[in-house]
Design a protein around this ligand. Structure first.
Ligand SMILES: Nc1ncnc2c1ncn2[C@@H]1O[C@H](COP(=O)(O)OP(=O)(O)OP(=O)(O)O)[C@@H](O)[C@H]1O
Ligand SMILES: [Mg+2]
Length: 678
């Protein structure tokens, strides 16, 4: 978010100081001087023990210590019971130090922005740097509205006095400028209240720093001080007053009188509104998966891609050059989705073996679809029990499962033999009906099941081949199919021999060969779609690595269409599609970049990992990134990327645990180490 400069704080109104110059104010007692003994510091912990004669207008209502005589008699039951204060109160508090307190073993130190220590001009969200300062740094700010009529008359009076004093002060005197700015601040406040109907507030800002160790506490405290300097704010450490600050920072609306006075700053409504701290560079969805650390403020980045209130669709596109961490990120997400019980399908048109260790480690199913593999998914198998996606909601349309399957098999044949004639399609249709008929399967869905309610034996490509071979009209079709029956790819034409019920399925089509790749893609997608369409309520993710293989210049428009279809309609089935690609020039090559653009447009979430300079320009243009964001992409290293989630864009460093990394690394060094370590 770019900060827009506005003049929300036009100087601090020092009416009081100048109004009382005739009657000099008692010198301010510094907290360090006020209580040099640890015992005194402890006394300050209880607001009731504030210095005598100084009425504390905002007492913190804590239970008063009682003398033994005051304590009412309690029943044995009451005296032994635990009440709310017992539960809320820390079990130990150490207040004997100047720089910090220790509450239940955690070190706390406090800073407050002094009344005069605010920048004169601040932009919207000026508190954000403090809010986002990172772990162990919290900001508490209190605002109190003051009665307008009383304040207005005070300001008018003080401004009048300051004006008359100004006449006596020569412009060479050191306080001339100060007096001048006090007058203009007074006028600014009056103007805001009178003309723009703004309210007048006192604002107090306390910064809390906590850490598990003293060393870390000091490091964080130094970071806060540096941050204040960089933001042009003047903060003071609350020496000996950390106990009071601890209480003041609690959401009890009770500030310690001393801290309240020292940190008091006047502000108008617009200035207070500019402090609104909840607009931040953060993505932290409640039930999402952890992706990594936000590089901007070290906060955790948790994304729930299925949150339809935030993201219009749950699709995600990951872009990056070779070795940037795409496969790593995809597997990281897949493992975390699986942990949430979400169904995961991964389709890998290249280097499918990279997905195997993690898949097997989580009890998933790694299926290799290739002419050489023993794994087979029967393309002719009918797996769904109903075509009605709302079957689980009680709806029961009896649309024919066989008709649907036959329609899909026509596409399969179109991929197998692109120049198929109308006549051949007609004969194919009849042959398919007959083929299923021989197994007792008809358009009636009940015919799919045997007496026990299990699916009947399904025909295979071998059965179809036998049938087609009987007819001379479709000999050419039988010939095309022979590769899957008697030829080199005959293992692909058998009955299904893999479990498709698993919740983590990797479909490796990387060894299908270029000519069979669209068929492999069709086979993989067909089985995924069947599972996806079973329920609209259950979440599921289809992941596609190396997408350029499927929609790039060298691919075929049909395979690209399958992919695009997933991105367009999976939302309707409660699912998400996640793809990863390198070589963006290729990605945007097929049919003038139609597929690449459509996939990006249908992905609400995008991750841009490190890219080549030339590709950064292309992504910047397609995604409308700012120059700064483009620069950030070029600065990022492996495993770091720009996450664009809706309107939020943050730079994230993707983090895996040691165990996850062990399972998903593709780096040669890691693998070598592992072999060496065996
Ligand atoms: N976030 C990360 N944390 C730790 N290591 C990472 C991270 N991202 C990537 N790596 C390391 O970089 C290696 C290469 O990453 P990966 O295999 O994901 O690259 P890629 O972008 O898929 O490359 P290619 O396009 O060539 O397949 C990983 O095996 C891993 O060791
Ligand atoms: Mg990869």
């Amino acid at each position: 978010m770019k900060k827009k400069k506005t003049n929300h704080f036009l100087g601090n109104w020092r009416g009081k100081k100048y109004a009382q110059t005739e009657k000099p104010e008692k010198p301010e007692i510094q907290p360090a001087e006020a209580c040099t003994e640890p015992g005194e510091a402890r006394a300050g912990w209880y607001p009731e023990t504030a210095p005598a004669g100084k009425e504390n207008p905002k007492k913190i209502r804590l239970p008063r210590r009682r003398n033994a005589a005051d304590v009412p008699e309690l029943s044995p039951l009451q005296s032994g019971s635990t009440d709310i204060v017992d539960i809320l109160a820390p079990s130990s508090v150490d207040l004997c130090h100047r720089d910090y307190i220790v509450v239940d073993g955690v070190y706390f130190t406090y800073f407050y922005l002094t009344g005069y220590g605010y920048a004169t001009t601040v932009g919207n969200g000026w508190l954000n740097p403090f809010v986002e300062a990172g772990e162990g740094i919290n900001v508490s700010f209190t605002i109190e509205r003051q009665p307008k009529d009383k304040i207005l008359s005070k300001i008018s009076q003080a401004t009048m006095i300051n004006r008359s004093r100004m006449r006596d002060v020569g412009d060479t005197r050191s306080d001339y400028e100060e007096l001048d700015s006090a007058i203009s601040a007074g006028l600014y406040l009056k103007d805001g209240m009178n003309r723009y109907n703004e309210d007048f507030y006192y604002m107090h800002t306390i910064i809390e720093v906590s850490a598990e160790s003293l060393e870390l506490l000091e490091q964080r405290a130094a970071a806060v001080q540096n941050l204040c300097v960089s933001q042009d704010f003047f903060c003071k450490r609350a020496d000996y007053k950390h106990g009071e600050c601890f209480l003041s920072a609690l959401p009890l609306l009770g500030m310690d009188a001393d801290i309240e006075r020292k940190s008091r700053r006047n502000a108008l409504t617009s200035s207070v509104a500019a402090a609104f701290p909840f607009s931040s560079f953060e993505i932290c969805d409640q039930s999402g998966i952890m992706l990594g650390i936000n590089q901007h403020n070290r906060s955790v980045c948790i994304v729930d891609i299925f949150d339809s209130r935030k993201y219009s669709n749950a699709n995600m596109a990951v872009m990056g050059m070779s070795g940037a961490g795409k496969t790593f990120l995809l597997q990281l997400m897949a493992l975390r989705f699986r942990e949430q019980g979400i169904q995961v399908f991964i389709i890998t048109p290249l280097k499918g073996h990279e997905f195997r260790p993690a898949c097997e480690a989580v009890g998933g199913k790694y299926i290799k679809l290739s002419p050489s593999s023993n794994d087979c998914i029967n393309i002719m198998e009918i797996r769904r029990v109903s075509l009605d996606t709302d079957a689980e909601l009680g709806s029961s349309r009896a649309d024919s499962l066989l008709a649907d399957k036959i329609q899909k098999l026509h596409i399969f044949f179109l991929l197998l033999k692109p120049n198929i004639s109308d006549e051949e399609r007609h004969y194919l249709d009849t042959a398919l009906i007959e083929c299923y008929g021989r197994k007792g399967i008809t358009y009636n869905n009940a015919s799919l099941f045997d007496g026990d309610g299990a699916f009947k034996e399904m025909p295979t490509l071998k059965d179809l081949y036998a049938l087609l071979s009987e007819r001379p009209e479709v000999k050419s079709l039988a010939l095309s199919l022979s590769r899957f029956v008697t030829g080199s790819a005959s293992r692909l034409g058998q009955a299904t021999n893999v479990d498709l019920e698993n919740k983590y399925i990797v479909l490796d089509i990387s060894e299908m060969g270029k000519d069979l790749l669209p068929l492999g893609m069709f086979l993989a997608l067909d089985s995924c779609w069947d599972k996806c369409k079973e329920s609209r309520a259950r979440k599921k993710v289809i992941m596609l690595d190396e997408l350029w293989c499927l929609i790039g210049a060298s691919s075929n428009a049909m395979a690209a269409d399958f992919v695009l279809e997933i991105f367009k309609i999976i939302r309707g089935y409660g699912g998400a599609a996640v793809c990863a690609t390198q070589d963006l020039n290729d990605f945007f090559a097929l049919e003038g970049g139609k597929y690449g653009r459509a996939i990006l447009n249908n992905s609400r979430l995008k991750v841009v990992l490190p890219l080549e300079e030339e590709e950064i320009g292309r992504v910047q243009e397609v995604m409308g990134l700012s120059d700064e964001e483009a620069m950030q992409i070029s600065r990022n290293s492996r495993g770091e990327g720009l996450l664009c989630a809706g309107r939020n864009r943050i730079s994230v460093s993707f983090h895996a645990t040691e165990k996850e990394k062990y399972l998903i690394t593709t780096s040669r060094e890691d693998l070598e180490q592992r072999i060496g370590g065996v």
